[in-house]
Design a protein around this ligand. Structure first.
Ligand SMILES: [Zn+2]
Ligand SMILES: [Zn+2]
Length: 354
């Protein structure tokens, strides 16, 4: 099978022939049909995250070192299963979303279904080989989520961009008539907008500095779109009333400050984006305004199942997805870095890729 491998941080991915994967125990092997290209892949490729103040989190210090097979938004067809995998033989040949945010499987967080918060992460496409390949090994069949009825390349995106947005929005416990602010309309932010609508939020404002991304959101009914750098647009937001909940899908200093600064008393800001930076948070207003600022990292297996069930109701509009052949993976990463991608790029082996 082919794998597209980061041999050295920041160098072009190389195509490698590897032996077909043979599962043992509870393991299952999926033939990759589609794999979303995520901003996290750019960080993994570079080898670091920006922490702000000139500091960097080096992935090598966390035990993540090349060779790496990236790709954590994977939809695949079950082709082989280990003898102890508790999944029926009839599932062979069917398509599943892979839940990628694995932990050690033994600690309290893992036992309570919060593997994404495990202190010993073992995520697919991060710590272990992912979906930039013909085949992907999953340690247990319980991590497969049936995606029947959802367009395959769209389904792949639910494993990260969809799940991240869904989990963040579930943490914004505000009334559906309260004002919800979404900052950033990349793949995850745009997913967040569509999911917020499907969850029943009725007053949604979205902000992005990129006019192309704002235009994309203008097509979504009942949503106010604004440029956070425009004084006139900020006045519009102020007139709509204070924001009860904000989700920052970018996670740089200016977006976090904008999200937190827009909140009413008792409001909550959830920071999701990983572009990096830092903020100064004056403590007295934090207390007096009873503000909540929290992070949210991907989501749980149960949340992925809930999101897929929501999509299967037909209420969740489709994120625009552009399919790209696997052999063009380097170009896809470059395009994502350039910031010109509306919606999501999905590497696809499907011959009718458009
Ligand atoms: Zn991702
Ligand atoms: Zn664990």
């Amino acid at each position: 099978m082919r794998a597209y491998v980061v041999e050295r941080f920041a160098e072009r991915l190389v195509t490698e022939e590897r032996p077909a994967i043979q599962p043992t125990g509870t393991e299952v092997v999926l033939e990759v049909e589609g794999c979303g290209v995520c901003h996290t892949d750019l960080h993994l490729w570079d080898g670091y995250y920006e922490l702000g103040g000139g500091k960097r989190l080096q992935l090598a210090d966390r035990g993540i070192r090349p060779p790496l097979v990236l790709g954590h938004e994977v939809l695949g067809r079950l082709v082989r299963k280990g003898p102890d995998a508790p999944i029926d033989d009839s599932a062979i040949g069917r398509s599943f979303i892979i839940y990628p945010w694995l932990g050690c499987g033994k600690c309290e967080d893992c036992m309570l279904g919060r593997e994404n918060l495990c202190a010993w992460p073992n995520s697919i496409g991060v710590a272990r080989a992912g979906g930039y390949a013909d085949e992907c090994l999953v340690p247990h069949s319980d991590y497969l989520v049936d995606a029947t009825g959802i367009e395959p390349n769209l389904a792949a995106t639910y494993a990260c961009s969809g799940l991240t947005a869904y989990s963040a929005l579930r943490k914004v416990a505000i009334d559906h008539d309260d004002l919800l602010l979404i900052v950033g309309l990349g793949g995850v932010g745009y997913s967040g907008l569509l999911i917020a609508q499907a969850l029943g939020f009725r007053r949604i404002v979205v902000a992005d500095i990129d006019p192309r991304k704002r235009d994309l959101a203008r097509g979504v009914e009942g949503v106010t779109v604004l440029d956070p750098q425009s004084e006139a647009d900020r006045a519009v937001l102020a007139e709509m009333g204070p924001v009860a909940g904000a989700v920052d899908f970018v996670g740089v200093t200016s977006t976090a400050e904008f999200a937190i600064g827009s909140l009413r008393k008792g409001g909550i800001a959830v920071i999701v984006g990983l572009f990096g930076g830092d903020i100064t948070l004056p403590l007295v207003p934090l207390v007096q305004r009873s503000t909540t600022v929290r992070g949210s990292y991907v989501g749980t297996l149960d949340e992925l199942r809930e999101l897929v069930a929501l999509a299967q109701t037909g209420r969740l509009a489709a994120l625009p997805v552009e399919t790209v052949p696997f052999d063009d993976v380097n170009d896809a990463l470059d395009r994502l870095r350039g910031g010109g991608v509306a919606g999501r790029l999905v590497l696809s082996n499907s011959t009718d890729a458009s």
